[in-house]
Design a protein around this ligand. Structure first.
Ligand code: ADP
Length: 260
């Protein structure tokens, strides 16, 4: 597997802050992997995502380097899709679902209205929105939280980006819907050979499907490695505490599978 991006000594300090939100982070992003960024609230996960996407707010100071294999950072929307915890931050309440999903095709693929609309409809089918033709004409508030998140995924993937960042994308959903959305994301990225960066506070959720875990605390990368290795032999006491707090991870079969 080839490295898509080498992150070395990456620090980010927001304007007006003295302490960095990310502190000398070294991490590789591997093409086609499902990488989970795990940590409690405020540990720097979203800051890392914004740095990767080149979407840090004005005045944020970035030190260190991010070396992209392609020579240049991915363009958000076209090369890199984003799904957030709250779809209302990515979905516009006054536009129909169809208009919003089609917009990515128009803007990033240069499609005219009709093919963009047809592509949007296909994407809604792909993310298994029931009655997609009706959903195209609906507004976000007319859908359930889980359906809105499916729409946000469709909108993020419509331009066929090589990478998807899901930032706490399932945290606001109940357990059953969360499991459905995770399994959908997993299926879509596998099928397209996409790289997934899955940001979550929930190590158990991430461990169910991620290839690699990267554990963050207070802006520091505590440890990273293949999921099985991190679960079976965590190097850091903090990771051990995280694992121990999830009964599911300390009992077979995950640990047993992880250690083979
Ligand atoms: P997480 O995603 O793990 O919850 P964040 O990356 O959002 O963590 O935040 C890391 C730290 O940076 C926190 O202390 C947070 O308060 C601070 N922070 C985040 N965004 C900003 C901002 N725009 N301005 C100032 N501080 C910020």
């Amino acid at each position: 597997m080839s490295t898509l991006c080498e992150i070395r000594g990456l620090s980010v300090t927001y304007r007006g802050q003295t302490e960095p939100a990310l502190d000398h982070v070294d991490l590789d992003i591997v093409a086609g992997e499902r990488l989970a960024i795990i940590g409690e609230s405020g540990s720097g996960k979203s800051t890392l995502a914004r740095a990767i996407a080149g979407l840090l707010p004005p005045g944020a100071r970035l030190e260190g380097k991010m070396q992209w294999r392609s020579g240049q950072p991915p363009l958000p929307g076209r090369d890199l899709g984003f799904v957030f915890q709250d779809p209302s931050s990515s979905l516009n309440p006054v536009l129909t679902i169809g208009e919003q999903v089609a917009e990515g095709g128009r803007r990033h693929l240069g499609l005219s209205w009709r093919p963009a609309y047809t592509l949007a409809l296909k994407m809604l089918e792909r993310v298994r929105i029931p009655e997609p033709e009706n959903a195209m004409k609906a507004f976000p508030h007319q859908l359930s939280g889980g359906q809105r998140q499916r729409v946000a995924i469709a909108a993020a993937l419509v331009a066929r980006p090589g990478m998807l960042i899901a930032d706490e994308a399932t945290s606001a959903l109940d357990m059953v819907v969360q499991a459905q959305i995770v399994s959908l994301l997993d299926e879509l990225v596998r099928e397209a050979g996409m790289t997934l960066i899955f940001i979550t506070h929930d190590i158990a959720l991430a461990s169910g499907f991620a290839d690699r875990l990267a554990i963050f605390k207070d802006g520091n990368l505590i440890e990273s490695g293949p999921t099985g290795n991190v679960l079976a032999s965590p190097k850091d006491a903090y990771t051990r505490t995280l694992i121990a707090s999830h009964r599911d991870l300390t009992t077979p079969p995950l640990i047993r599978e992880a250690s083979v």
